[in-house]
Write a protein that binds this ligand. Sequence first.
Ligand code: NAP
Length: 483
Amino acid sequence: MIEKQTKSIFINGVWSEIDPEAKVAIYNPATMEKITEVAYGGKKETEKAIEAAKEAFKSWSRKTGRERSRVLYKAAHLLEEDAERIGRILTTEQGKPLAEAIGEVKGAAAFLLWYAEEASRAYGEWLPSSIPSKRMIVMPQAIGVVGAITPWNFPASMITRKVAPALAAGCTVVLKPAPETPLSAIEILKIFEAAGIPKGVINLVTGNAEEIGEALLTNKDVRMITFTGSTIVGKYLMKESADQVKKVALELGGHAPFIAFEDADLEKAISNVLASKFRNNGQTCICTNRLYVHESILKPFTELLMKKIQNLKLGNGFEEDIDLGPLINEQALEKVESHVQDALDKGARLATGGKRWEGELSGNFFEPTLLTGVEDQMKIMFEETFGPVIPIQSFTDEDEVIQKANDTDYGLAAFIFTENTSRSLRVAEQLEYGMIGVNDVFPATPEAPFGGIKQSGIGKEGGYYGMEDFMEKKFVSIGMDQE
Ligand code: NAP
């Protein structure tokens, strides 16, 4: 049961009352019904949150890794236990099918668990000195107060994927979640509270993005900005961080190519295209945006894929057997429509789908769509669509498809389907992407580095790399008296 108003600003261990002059409504994207209202904070709240985080850093950063890990272990278990209830809240505000939402919350808990384990393993180094009278130590230390900004497409796991390693490293955090999905963020903060996190170690501010962003960017006590979202906002944050030489970690947009070679297992490749494209309704940074199929298998591949797409079921995420929920908002629908229209105007053909869904729900639904006869100059082949549309194109040989796959400013994830191991390694080596899935479209796990290259980002989340990003390497050089 969600209350009419939900407190959403948490600073120094206290939830603020909602100011009637500064609140905003949250809607269910499947039904367009109002769910609740949350606070609309800004500069003042962010500055208070930074102050609290700065104060809390003094003691949190000095705790042992083991002490920090106890809080993270507890939070991981509490979140895992509460996955179903929080999953329901996530579906209500974001729209994804309930099973996906519960899966995401469990995935979010898995990041907490991984970094609970990792917190005790921030090893430094002892360097052998070339000078007999010196000893040299490299000491990893928490970077300081971190400003964390997250998107709506994975409103739970995108938070723990950055907050868990930050806290494990000894940093303190001011979190700004996406305006569409603050409720999952609020639940995660309550989990940390229940796990006994000291006051000020993690703070939450919902509200005006420009004001919150500016307060984080201009305050010298914020030593790092970690951001997941669009490339355009990432570039802005990076430029503005330059003024104080703040560290930035950016997880940005993608435009993943999916390459099915002639020796691919057809059934396996097609079910993976469906999983990659339609999970979260195509609103996933690593989802397939372009499908390249070897010319010798194009016809059976297209026919089977079309049949399977036609069997997908749209609806409210709470209904049984739903494959796709709504898109997040009207702008998302308009973008998807414009990509389809642009392709059709330039000569593509509609194999299935292609328009807003005329179901009984008034939410933001778009039919799962397959486009054939697509050309490289169509927007969908180089801009991130973030919706349930697949453009399919044939290719002749390996060199040609590698060149096409790399011909983009994005470099997040790419997928190859082949039963030939030498080919998979040869192609993986040449693809300019941060993550390559070989017969696998889900390369995201807590133990592995997730992140892009080129304009898809800087830094890695996940694995021990994820925690390293939140630590400075301090060099201590010790001169010794000689006996
Ligand atoms: P977005 O528009 O860039 O927004 C992301 C977050 O940034 C939101 O909380 C947003 O708040 C905030 N923001 C926007 N302008 C800001 C500013 N000037 N200062 C501070 N914060 C600001 O992205 P989105 O539409 O939510 O998410 C979709 C994008 O995220 C896609 O491009 C997707 O590929 C990418 N993504 C990447 C990854 C990855 O791991 N690489 C994972 C998930 C998503 P407001 O909405 O209030 O402006």
